[in-house]
Structure formats: structure tokens, C-alpha cells
Design a protein around this ligand. Structure first.
Ligand code: ZN
Length: 53
């Protein structure tokens, strides 16, 4: 994430990230994408149901 080598050892509780900061950044990007996709699909699905009714 930041370019530093992550320490793959039991002592590094943030692995595979090198630090908690990198872990939060990566999780934040995942959350952003996962929120974006369901919102778009849900909007289309709801519009289809309205037309059927
Ligand atoms: Zn890093």
C-alpha cells in the first residue's frame, strides 16, 4: 500500500499490511466500491418493479 515491505510474521498483527494505517486505507477502498455497486444495482431493480406493478 505504502511501498514498504509488509512483515509477514505473527508479530505483525496488521499483515498482510505493514501497519494499521495501510490496513484501514485498503479496507476503506473496499468499502467505497462495495457501497457504490449495490446502490446502482438496487436502483435499477426497484425501477423495474415499479414498472411491472
Ligand atoms: Zn504500507
Amino acid at each position: 500500500m505504502c511501498g514498504r515491505a509488509a512483515l509477514f510474521s505473527p508479530e505483525n498483527k496488521f499483515r498482510p499490511f505493514c501497519s494499521e494505517r495501510c490496513k484501514l486505507v485498503d479496507l476503506g477502498q473496499w468499502a467505497t466500491e462495495s457501497y457504490r455497486i449495490p446502490l446502482a444495482e438496487g436502483g435499477e431493480a426497484r425501477n423495474g418493479e415499479d414498472e411491472l406493478n
